[in-house]
Design a binder for this molecule. Structure first.
Ligand code: WT7
Length: 677
């Protein structure tokens, strides 16, 4: 237990600490046009008005049948929002806009080669393409309501079309980040029991046309060994005939979507009338064990929450051109590229490639070209753009009214560059703190009401009531003292459970601070977010970092256990320990410590082999900064690896008192190896 506490604060301890900053105020021009400027919203969404306050969001949607219970708590803590209501997400993101806005752009797709034209897909065209693909999914792939389908695709309009076609049929989509390896994809196929995999032949990234379909072949093979047979692989063609190599197809299993679609031209599919609590999608995320968690998101509650927060926090108006740079393969892309903006009938930008290729001006050229006025990205991208092209934004004629940062803490210096250079001093900025599990924002300022404070996410958004608890379950009330941030109340965007593992859901997120495990009262079930945070006197929260074994690399969550298990697959490896190291662009990167089995020699080649194994099993995103082959791990007397000590060494910090360890002498050796001191 003593050890555990020390381990748990590791990430927070080495988090960046900075001074409390002053306020920045949004311009009168921004406030003049903002969707939400009345501070009474905080009273409207107070706990006294809970849960009915959230009907304000549900009313932004079209329902086939209204709900009869706003919040059903009978199966606590698996909350059911808008019980009794019938709704379809695809209908809400497309069909209902057609009468007045069929000719408006729903999606601007920006290909990486700048010589290629941007594809402007109108709501009418989106309607046609989603219907035809839904017909194919139903009649050719045999998918029906409640089935799961795994989608492993790059950033293209076809990815959004695929999701909306699934939603139309009530098929639960599980989108796997395109950069994830076949192994990671296979794990998700098996866990979600998908018999259909949707892929794409190729895509551009940093000037190279990557063959993506080969990943599907490996994923299907690995999934089969894991007990899940994929009988159909549907392959979209991003560049027909232009893949970097041939796209090998397995007869009877693999089909080009573009070919098969010809049989469905003109087909229309009635949207399924889904229960509000029917799952809309699964999104896998990393946790404390090696096995990723399938966060199950609902249809009605989720859509209401992302529509409401898109309107109030993102300040999206139907006439806006909104660009969120995230990948659709993460929750940010689901909520704030696809479902939120389209539910509000905005124009949403999807772009291929990376912000820094071919040069640091690409993002600003896109913004100028499409006249983007709302921009949404992560600190890792902001840091990279600031480093390689600090003066680029000024060279382009674009004007953002609003900007977002999400995914990790942003250093005040970086925030200020974002505000001054990217936002040209004109944009209102929101720092939004939330998680895959949450569906939408938890803490942020409402941009037309609250001032911004660099480095702080802000108070809970309307209807979200955070609380900081100490280790013993007492509320931390003193400003500036760190503790575990929890949310006191449920909200409609909250995930419903971990797919197929309700016990893990309860254990991970509620057990710690649950007041009574038998209770059906939501007040007894505070949600544990897994982050350390402080609150300041003005009620703004500052997020310090994870309290569990999760590393945030470029705003993406990686479980240290996941990386360690990948390393252990290499035969020579006896023990593996991963620690986060501060990185000036990516926020954190993993450092990997390895103890070899007896009889094996520590060589550069072996270190490389271990690093390759991790990229192969998880993806390049998990590549360690360095693989340290050490003679032994620093251990407690009970045999537990002291990651805190390794973390301190990797970050060039004081290792503290190590004399109580079983093998303090090894700390000296490792320290010298890593720091040269
Ligand atoms: C973790 C969730 C949903 C957004 C994308 C990441 C960290 C997220 C912030 C922020 C400081 C942040 C937290 C959180 N995080 N946003 N604005 N400031 N930290 O989703 O992969 O589920 O990761 O990202 O540590 O727990 P995710």
């Amino acid at each position: 237990m003593g050890d555990k506490k020390v381990e748990e604060t590791t990430e927070a301890q080495i988090a960046v600490h900075w001074q409390e900053e002053g306020y920045y105020y949004p311009s009168t021009k921004f406030i003049g046009q903002a969707n939400l400027t009345d501070p009474a919203v905080y009273d409207r969404f107070s706990l006294d008005n809970f849960p009915d306050c959230f009907t304000e969001y549900a009313k932004m949607l079209d329902w086939y049948k209204p709900w009869n219970t706003v919040l059903d708590t009978s199966d606590a803590p698996c909350w059911k929002w808008f019980k009794g209501g019938l709704i379809n997400a695809s209908y809400n993101c497309i069909d209902r806009h057609l009468e007045k806005n069929k000719n408006k752009t729903a999606i601007h797709f920006v290909p990486e080669p700048e010589s290629e034209r941007v594809d402007h897909i109108t709501y009418q065209e989106l309607y046609v393409r989603v219907n035809e693909f839904a017909a194919l999914l139903r009649d050719f792939a045999g998918l029906k309501r409640g089935d799961r389908v795994t989608v492993h695709m790059p950033m293209t309009a076809e990815l959004a079309i695929t999701m909306l076609a699934c939603a139309r049929l009530g098929v639960i989509h599980s989108v796997v980040f395109g950069g994830f390896s076949p192994n990671a994809c296979a794990d998700r196929i098996v866990d979600s029991q998908s018999r259909v995999l949707i892929s794409m032949d190729a895509y551009y990234r940093s000037g190279t046309l990557l063959n993506h379909k080969i990943n599907a072949d490996d994923a299907v093979k690995i999934a089969k060994n894991g007990g899940q047979v994929v009988d159909k692989v549907l392959v979209w063609q991003r560049y027909p005939g232009k893949s970097s190599t041939e796209t090998p197809m397995v007869a009877g299993r693999d089909f080009f979507v573009n070919e098969e679609l010809k049989n469905y031209y003109g087909k229309r599919i009635e949207p399924e009338k889904m229960l509000a609590e029917d799952p809309l999608f699964l999104m896998y995320t990393s946790g404390t064990t090696g096995k990723p968690k399938g966060c199950q998101h609902s249809t009605g509650g989720y859509l209401a929450y992302v529509a409401g927060t898109s309107k109030y926090i993102q300040d999206i108006h139907p006439e806006d051109v909104y660009w969120c740079m995230a990948d659709i393969g993460w929750i940010t892309g689901h909520s704030y590229i696809v479902y939120g903006p389209l539910a509000l009938c905005a124009s949403s930008v999807i772009y291929e490639g990376v912000p820094t290729y071919p040069d640091a001006g690409r993002s600003w050229r896109i913004a100028q070209e499409l006249d983007v006025n709302i921009f949404h990205t992560a600190p890792t991208a902001i840091r990279a753009l600031r480093k390689i092209g600090p003066d680029e934004p000024a060279k382009y004629n674009y004007h953002f009214k609003h900007m977002t940062t999400v995914g990790e803490p942003i250093e005040p210096e970086v925030w200020k560059w974002y505000q001054r250079e990217v936002g040209k001093g004109e944009a209102a900025i929101v720092d939004t703190w939330w998680q895959t599990e949450n569906g939408g924002f938890l803490c942020s300022t409402v941009p037309g009401i609250k001032p911004m404070k660099p480095g702080s996410a802000g108070p809970g958004v309307p209807g979200i009531h955070p609380i900081i608890y100490d280790e013993n379950g007492h509320e931390v009330t003193k400003a500036g003292i760190a503790g575990n941030i929890c949310i006191q109340n449920p909200w409609p965007g909250q995930f419903q459970t971990i797919w197929g593992d309700r016990d893990r859901f309860v254990e991970t997120y509620f057990a710690r601070y649950c007041k009574d495990p038998k209770s059906k009262d939501w007040r007894d079930w505070p949600y544990l977010a897994g982050d350390a945070a402080t609150k300041s006197d003005d009620g703004y929260y500052r997020i310090l970092g994870r309290i569990d074994d999760v590393i945030n690399v470029s705003g993406h969550r990686l479980g240290t256990k996941e990386i360690e298990s990948a390393a252990l697959v290499v035969n020579e490896v006896a023990e593996a320990a991963v620690v986060p190291v501060a990185h000036d662009i990516k926020g954190k990167v993993p450092d990997l410590y390895i103890a070899l089995k007896p009889g094996y020699e520590a060589t550069e080649a072996l270190a490389q082999k271990i690093s390759d194994a991790i990229c192969e099993q998880i993806g390049k995103i998990a590549k360690p900064r360095k693989v340290w082959l050490v003679p032994d791990m620093p251990k407690t007397r009970s045999g537990k690896i002291m990651r805190r000590v390794l973390g301190a060494i990797s970050n060039n910090k004081d290792v503290g008192d190590v004399m109580t360890l079983a093998n303090p002498e090894v700390v000296v050796i490792i320290k010298e190896m890593v720091t040269g001191k």
